[in-house]
Design a protein around this ligand. Structure first.
Ligand code: IMP
Length: 196
């Protein structure tokens, strides 16, 4: 199996988590910056799968098949808001204001109606251009206030049980997270299809 994958992202947190999850499995994750390419595809899909494929294809084409590529499109889906912000999670509010905006939209909504999930869709494209998707989810609730020092953005208000995912250690978060689930499903596929 080719043990090096380029991740189509400029998001340092996603890259860090991908490395935490995949390096113990023997897969080295390069960033698109590591490869010297610069692409900024327009994420105009309406689903996580469409957007992850847009990002993966843009980087795959720029690299000309030199490496396999994976892209992660992810977000938080809040039931009381009809699924928002969903695929628009990155653009929901100015950077640093996402949690306060979501908490204010959720004001007055009782615990049992605060259900939400993190979703992550990964597109993997092998060096021959074959495309594979893996998706992972984690169910939780929107907290009433921000808590925790780990993680990023919505982790401070996403309750998994009675802790926010920002209160979990990186290992604990990766073991239950949408990204962990999607990346482990991708790894299983790689093992089955390409062997060791
Ligand atoms: P994307 O780059 O369009 O996939 O946007 C992903 C956005 O969803 C991130 O910028 C975060 O706002 C949010 N998000 C995705 N995964 C997580 C997570 O694990 N924790 C917190 N926020 C996340």
């Amino acid at each position: 199996m080719n043990k090096t994958v380029v991740m189509a992202t400029n998001n340092a947190d996603k890259l860090r988590e991908a490395r935490e999850i995949l390096s113990p499995l023997g897969i080295e994750v390069l960033s698109q910056r590591d490869t010297g390419i610069k692409v900024e595809p327009v994420e105009d899909g309406t689903t996580f799968a469409e957007n992850s494929e847009i990002k993966a294809r843009a980087v795959f084409e720029a690299l000309g098949g030199k490496y396999p590529v994976m892209a992660d499109d992810s977000g938080i889906v809040v039931d009381a808001l009809g699924g928002r912000p969903g695929v628009y999670s990155a653009r929901y509010a100015p950077s640093g204001e996402e949690c306060t905006k979501l908490l204010s939209e959720m004001e007055g909504i009782p615990d049992e109606k605060r259900t939400a999930r993190f979703v992550c869709n990964i597109t993997f494209i092998d060096t021959e251009g074959k495309v594979f998707h893996a998706e992972g989810k984690v169910e939780g609730r929107v907290a009433h206030e921000m808590r925790g020092e780990n993680g990023f953005v919505y982790d401070h208000i996403f309750l998994y049980g009675d802790k926010t995912t920002a209160e979990l250690s990186p290992e604990e978060k990766n073991s239950i997270s949408h990204r962990g689930a999607a990346m482990r499903a991708l790894y299983k596929h790689l093992e089955e299809r390409y062997g060791d």
